[in-house]
Every structure is written in C-alpha cells, then in structure tokens.
Design a protein around this ligand. Structure first.
Ligand code: PLP
Length: 495
C-alpha cells in the first residue's frame, strides 16, 4: 500500500515542534517550576512523539486495519467458540440504567439484580443444575471457583484427606493450572486411541484421597465422551465429585445437560458460548453452577429473590467458600449474554447446538481427503486435523515438507485467521477447526475452497507455502526469537 502512514511507528512520524492540540490556560499560571521540590521535577525532557492530529488519526486507523477480528472475516479458531458479537449487545450494555456504581445498595439496584438472577436461572436450566453464580471473571477463574466448591464441600464434611484431582491428558491447560492454584494434586488419566477418557486407566487412580474429576465434554478433540455415566458412577462411588468444563458449551445447547449426565459442578464461558466479546485478554465471565446440596458452598455474595418481600437481595452465607471477586463479576458482560439469550429464545437455543455440530462436520467431511483426520467419525462443535496428507505435504523428511504452520501462514494471505495450531498436544501437526453455529453456508464453502486450494499449492509449489505469508504487512516472523527477545518499545527496536 502506498501510504506514508502505513506500517510506520508513531515515533517515525514524529517531527520536532509539531503539535496536534492547544492546551487550555493553565490553572497554575503564576507558579514557576522552582515551586516544585527537586525530586518532583523531571531531570530531562520526556521523549514523546510530536505529531499533528491528522497524522495521529491516520496512524491509528491504519494500524487498526491491520488487525483481524470477528468483524473482519471468518475465524476458524478451535477451542474458542463464539465468533459473533451482536451489535445490539453493545447498545443494551450501554443503557444508562445499567451504568450504576457496584456499591449501589440492593434496594436501589433491583433491575440490575433481576437481570443477574434471570441469567443465573437460565443457565441453571440450560445446564440442568440447581444454582449458578456469575461472580467469576473468566473460564479459568470459574474452574478455580468450582474446585474451591468441591474442596469446601469435602472439608465441611470433615473429609480432609481428599487432595487429588483427576484430569484427562486431553484437557485444556487451564484445568491442571486451576487445580494447582487450588492446592490440589493433579493425577492424569489417559485417553484411548478414540480420544475419549480411558476408563480402565481411570479405575486404579480412584480412592479415598480423590476430591473429584474434571472432564470436558465434548472434549478438547471435539469428541463426545461416551463413558460419562460409568465414569460418574465410579468417581461418586469413591466419594469424589464430578467437574464439567463447559467453556465451549454450545454443541450441547438444547441437546443434553451436564446435570443430567451426573456432573456436580461446572463452569460456562459466557465469552465463548453466549456471544460476549472474546480475545485480547478480557473481560470475560465464567459462571459456576452446582447441583442441589452444594449451593451454600458458592461464593459470596449470592443474588437471591426473596419470595416474601418480592425483592432481590445480596446474601452472604457463612458456609460459603468466601469471595472470588469484588462485587458481582464483570457485570457488563453478563448484560451482553442476557441480551443474546433473550434474542435466541428457548427454541433457537435448542438449534444452536445442532447447527454448531452440523457446521463442523460439514467442513471436516469436505476436507478430509486433503488433511489427515486422526479420529474419524462424527465430531461435535470442532475437530482436529493432523496436518496435510502426505500426497499434498510431500515427504516427511524433505526440507520442503509442508507443515501445519505453513498452511496457517498461507491462510493469512487469503484473508482468513488461522485455526488453532499445535494444540491439543496429542498430535504432532494438530490443526483445530471450529466454525460455530453462527457462520453461513457461503462462508463455510469459501473457507473449504481456500483450504483445498492451499493443499493443491502445497503439492505444486511447496516453497511458496514455506515462505508464506506474502500479502500481509509483516511477513513470516521468527517465532522463537519473538518469544525469547520481544521488543516492546521504540527504544528497544533502536538498540
Ligand atoms: C478457553 C477454555 C478455558 C479457559 O477459559 P478462559 O476464559 O480463557 O480462562 C477452559 N477450558 C476450555 C475447554 C477452554 O476452551
């Protein structure tokens, strides 16, 4: 692009003495720098870019155009689900009535508390559980909260020897991390070649020291865990509780419910399943639900409707695990999820799960002649390829063997975000694709055509893929160097 502002750093556009503002008259007129103590005074001029307003506006607008986002194009990232941020969510979240201080007394925030309670109740019904809290700030935070519920439950029964938590080898990395933060000892259970939890491997791990087991369903490979009833029976029999990682709950929506499967505690990511913005590190929301009998363990405060006074109340329970967040979580995110739940309605929620499964299977079946599919058969909302098939990728040992990274980089040239790559760790060339229920048939067809085209290019001209991307403002980076020697400031770039 022939544009002087494009690809430049703001410091490179700086010209000494140029200004883009005029300051109001100083309120400190009449004072001199000498009135400041020596240690309050700056020793040298700060180095700031000096630019006129147009330069600043053009610089940042050009930079934002280099970003890829859900509003720019299709985004097949696996294990991340939601690729739709309805604009009405933003309008609703910005309504003045919701713009209240978090410390507003319950009596003056009945509408806000009612919304919170309705989301709790809707999630409870979707999940088949008794009660939800919306206080946790993210999926991992929900996991920690849920594990604290489990620990609190055991401790209150005086059962203090349960220090182990069983986690499948296919689990999302946050599962063992949250368990470690909770002070639990992680015991890994293996997967079968079909990608599901190996029940025979699980049996010897169970005993009186097991606090519970974490499961993700569909698991991180997009496979439905078929042995849940047996696994839940075994874990309950030894006195443990079942935890459900429902970060990506959409394939289950309206089809089946974790509570009915035998799970006791779970979390849901509103920012993956219910259309709230996702990416760039927040703000998220990881509501936690529990079955009947565990409600008192949930974090304080709880929002409860008082049937006698007809008012919503903030209640604290002395048997609670305590507080996990200030106030009631990321409230503005909860409003967005509420808007989405209402716009779907009961009938359409039931369709969301089925459509997400249909879309993923449509892509998988259309591309499996080009990419290795290590686990064949029906997937749920996502699936994993293990790199290009050999007839396209070339000889595994050759220097121009085309890898998953090369395919991902080439996708950028076609204006697509890459799928999740090299995760899960069970396959060497993993490429995890998740379209979700919100993408149209046209979008899926266009993506499939591009992936097929890339496979043909890999066969005809592997070097072109190995040097991709070719059309992006920044070409292929040295990933290792970028991690080991990151340069975050203009000065570090000069050095
Ligand atoms: C994303 C994800 C998490 C963690 O959620 P965060 O909000 O990123 O903390 C946990 N489990 C699974 C399966 C996930 O996909």
């Amino acid at each position: 692009m022939n544009n002087v502002y494009y690809g430049k750093l703001i410091f490179e556009l700086s010209q000494p003495g140029r200004v883009g503002y005029s300051l109001p008259k100083s309120a400190f007129e009449g004072y001199s720098l000498d009135d400041l103590s020596a240690e309050s005074r700056r020793g040298a001029e700060v180095e700031l870019p000096e630019c006129d307003e147009l330069t600043v506006a053009r610089h940042y607008t050009n930079m934002s155009n280099n970003n890829f986002g859900v509003d720019t194009g299709f985004y097949p990232l696996g294990s991340c689900t939601m690729k739709y941020n309805p604009k009405i969510n933003e309008e609703v979240a910005a309504l003045p009535g919701f713009n209240i201080h978090p410390a507003t007394p319950a009596a003056l925030s009945q509408g806000a508390l009612r919304l919170y309670d309705e989301v709790q109740k809707t999630l409870s019904e979707i999940a088949g559980l008794s009660r939800f809290t919306l206080n946790p700030y993210a999926g991992a935070h929900g996991e920690l909260t849920g594990l604290m519920v489990i620990r609190t439950y055991h401790q209150q029964r005086g059962d203090t020897q349960r220090t182990k938590i069983i986690v499948p080898d296919s689990a999302h990395g946050t599962n063992p991390a949250s368990a470690a933060v909770c002070g639990l000892q992680i015991v890994q259970v293996k997967s079968t070649p079909r990608g599901t939890v190996d029940v025979e491997d699980l049996k010897p791990l169970l005993g009186p020291d097991v606090a519970g087991m974490m499961m993700t369903n569909p698991n991180t490979l997009g496979i439905f865990e078929t042995e849940i009833p047996e696994i839940a029976r075994l874990v309950h029999e030894c006195g443990g509780l079942m935890y459900y990682d429902g970060a990506n709950l959409n394939p289950m929506l309206g089809v089946c419910r974790p509570g009915d499967m035998g799970f006791d505690v779970m979390h849901i990511n509103l920012h993956k399943t219910f259309s709230t913005p996702h990416g760039g590190g927040g703000p998220g929301s990881g509501p936690v639900g529990v079955r009947q009998g565990l409600e008192h363990c949930l974090p304080n405060p709880q929002v409860v409707y008082n049937e006698e006074t007809h008012l919503y109340e903030l209640r604290t329970d002395e048997h609670s695990l305590g507080y996990v967040s200030g106030w009631l979580g990321n409230y503005a995110i909860i409003i967005r999820a509420y808007a989405y739940l209402l716009s779907l309605g009961r009938e359409n929620i039931a369709m969301a799960g089925k459509l997400s499964v249909l879309n993923a299977n449509y892509i998988k079946e259309s591309l499996k002649d080009y990419f290795n599919l290590p686990i064949d058969g029906l997937c749920k909302h996502e699936f994993v390829f293990d790199g290009l098939r050999e007839e396209y990728a070339g000889d595994h040992h050759a220097s121009d063997h085309v890898t998953t990274l090369d395919v991902a980089k080439r996708l950028l040239d076609y204006g697509y975000h890459a799928p999740t790559i090299y995760f899960p760790l069970l396959f060497h060339e993993a490429m995890m694709i998740e379209p979700t229920e919100t993408e149209s048939r046209d979008t899926l067809d266009a993506f499939i055509a591009v992936m097929q085209q890339i496979a043909e290019e890999a066969k005809a001209n592997p070097q072109m893929l190995k040097t991709a991307p070719h059309n992006t403002p920044i070409r292929r980076l040295d990933d290792v160097k970028a991690v080991k020697e990151p340069k975050f400031t203009y000065r570090s770039l000069q050095a």
